[in-house]
Design a binder for this molecule. Structure first.
Ligand code: 8X3
Length: 258
């Protein structure tokens, strides 16, 4: 039996949770990591995934993750999904705590977790022939927008780390894959960004025919890591069709031209 064992961060909701579910459906062994133990326990119960409650911005928790994975055995795939946005202030009004949090979770945690788990990924690559580090970035890492400065900066940085890692791992059978979603309607992304303001969160997706769902992005993630081991799908930009570009969102339905 070929080893297929993944660690997925940010597993308690949204894209991470959907990825855990899909990988489990497809027969993978999965360890889901997130801060919220109760949600993880429910996910473990439903899917049979292993889970670990950890705050990946805390060094001791990253060390605990490393120990847990080393005890679990070699892994073939790391999905660095934990991340998020807080606030939509203009640069001149940016809240330093929000900006620091975004850099911590989208960049530093990604680096810390990757460094901690690379020995287990190398062990997995020895066994399975290849391994993957898959990082969730964002279209916000490609195109800045007004009110996006802090999040844009963090996701541009996450892209840079991903590119550097691919070069550094050159010559090893380890794929470094970037998945950059555009507008995804998850239960929490915009609510977190707007500090629980449901109306502002809903307005982001208003009128958009079929915004992406977490499950759509999970499909793209699982596709990339299930490709034959010699195929590196370096970058997947995933948007709803209604979002022709980050600045061009069609909110009045999709129609075939007469
Ligand atoms: C989410 C995409 O456009 O809300 O990563 O910044 S956007």
């Amino acid at each position: 039996m070929v080893l297929r064992r993944a660690v997925v961060t940010g597993a308690s909701s949204g894209i991470g949770e959907a990825t855990v579910r899909l990988l489990r459906e497809r027969g993978w062994e999965v360890l889901g990591v997130a801060r919220r133990a109760e949600r993880l326990a429910a996910l473990a119960e439903e899917t049979g995934a292993e889970v670990l409650a950890a705050d990946l911005t805390v060094a001791a928790d990253v060390a605990a993750l490393r120990e847990r994975v080393e005890a679990w055995g070699p892994i073939t795939t790391l999905v660095n999904n934990a991340g998020g946005a807080k606030g939509s202030d203009r640069v001149e009004d940016g809240d330093v705590d929000e900006w620091r949090w975004m850099y911590e979770i989208n960049v530093i945690a990604l680096q810390q977790v990757t460094a901690a788990l690379l020995p287990s990924l190398r062990a997995g690559a020895r066994e399975a022939g290849h391994a993957d580090v898959l990082n969730l970035t964002s279209t916000a890492g490609y195109f800045p927008y007004a009110g996006g400065g802090g999040y844009n900066a963090a996701k541009f940085a996450a892209r840079a780390v991903t590119g550097a890692l691919r070069l550094e791992l050159g010559g090893e059978p380890i794929r470094v894959v970037e998945v950059a979603p555009g507008m995804v309607r998850t239960e929490e992304f915009s609510l977190t960004r707007f500090d629980g303001d449901r109306d502002r969160a809903d307005a982001v997706y208003e009128g958009v025919e079929h915004p992406l769902l977490a499950e759509d992005v999970a499909e793209a993630i699982v596709h990339a890591v299930e490709l034959p081991g010699h195929v590196s799908n370096d970058l997947l930009i995933v948007k709803p069709v209604a979002q022709a570009a980050i600045h061009q969102v069609h909110r009045d339905g999709l129609r075939v031209k007469d």
